[in-house]
Design a protein around this ligand. Structure first.
Ligand SMILES: Cc1ncc(C[n+]2csc(CCOP(=O)(O)OP(=O)(O)O)c2C)c(N)n1
Ligand SMILES: [Mg+2]
Length: 298
């Protein structure tokens, strides 16, 4: 039933129309923020939405306080299931990822990830180009997807990956994080190695804060970060040589390394070198409207 990710005006036309023209939209734990709605451009009316919040529910203008979220979701689930025979579901498929011309850029990276992911993976992505690229993926069945779009605190992904892999040590865990974000919590690689965890850690090396460059100050120094030797880090953070690491600059190298990581037997760190100003498509649409808004032009 997945038709795409809703980001206000940055949503592809098919999913956007399907969502905005629905009679009823059930929002579960939704908080619209500037970066998830391309600058608050969502078009959903109060009358059209059911808002399920941690301790209450709003249906149109009416509030029902004190309803626990799990109970509200269960009630709505049963109500929708009973109504299902009468519903016409929108005939919209998520847009396929754009074709790649072969160079290792955001498009090529996400295409490779799309074909490599498999059912049952845990996918953790950090804020930055990773979160916006991943939002356009069509996930295989039974994938657990962890992302923190609301507060967007960078560095969360690596630490969350540690927690998720600790909880589920036998599932393949794939972390995709920006280089800037990774610099905040990288030491937890050491804890993962201490605990013999085997996540696939993919670091997108685009020389700094690419998402911030797109919003403001593309060439400003505050968007640059220290240039680290990423592939040396797991070895610096563990003396027993438990990790493997690679650096890729070509799409074919990326595909080769991913192919080796079907059943990782050790922690694997993959540094993917990407162009400094390159954005996934959804993020270009979002940052263009944020830039307009920040400049008072929206
Ligand atoms: C703790 C924290 N500090 C600063 C920010 C502001 N911020 C949002 S995205 C970002 C840059 C992320 O860069 P990177 O992880 O390299 O991702 P990229 O967009 O380059 O792929 C920054 C600094 C934040 N969201 N959270
Ligand atoms: Mg970066």
């Amino acid at each position: 039933g997945f038709i795409g990710t809703y980001s206000g005006a940055a949503t592809a036309p098919g999913p956007r129309e399907a969502i905005e023209k629905s009679d009823v939209v059930i929002c579960v734990g939704v908080k619209f923020t500037d970066t998830t709605t391309a600058g608050f451009s969502q078009q959903l009316t109060t009358g059209q939405t059911i808002d399920v919040l941690p301790d209450g529910v709003r249906i149109g203008e009416q509030w029902f306080s004190g309803v626990p979220m799990a109970e509200a979701v269960s009630i709505l689930y049963h109500a929708v299931r009973d109504l299902k025979p009468q519903l016409t579901l929108p005939d919209v498929k998520p847009a396929p990822l754009p074709e790649s011309d072969g160079a290792l850029d955001q498009h090529a990276f996400w295409l490779a990830i799309q074909t490599w992911l498999r059912p049952g993976d845990i996918v953790v992505v950090d804020q930055g180009t990773a979160a916006f690229g991943a939002a356009a993926l069509t996930l295989p069945d039974d994938v657990t997807f962890i992302v923190q779009p609301l507060w967007g605190s960078i560095g969360y992904g690596l630490a969350a990956a540690f927690g998720a892999q600790t909880a589920c040590p036998t599932r393949r865990l794939v972390l995709i994080t920006g280089d800037g974000a990774a610099q905040l919590t990288i030491q937890e690689l050491g804890s993962m190695l201490r605990d013999n965890l085997r996540p696939v850690v993919i670091v997108l090396n685009n020389e700094g804060y690419t998402v911030e460059r797109a919003i403001h100050g593309a060439e400003q120094r505050y968007n640059d970060i220290a240039s680290w030797n990423w592939t040396a880090l797991p070895h610096a953070l563990d003396t027993s040589a438990k990790a493997e690491s690679w650096r890729v600059t070509l799409t074919v190298q990326l595909q080769e390394v991913l192919a080796r990581l079907t059943q990782p037997t050790r922690l694997s760190l993959l540094e993917v070198v990407l162009p400094k100003q390159d954005l996934p498509e959804l993020l270009s649409a979002v940052t263009q409207s944020l830039e307009l808004r920040n400049g008072g032009k929206a």
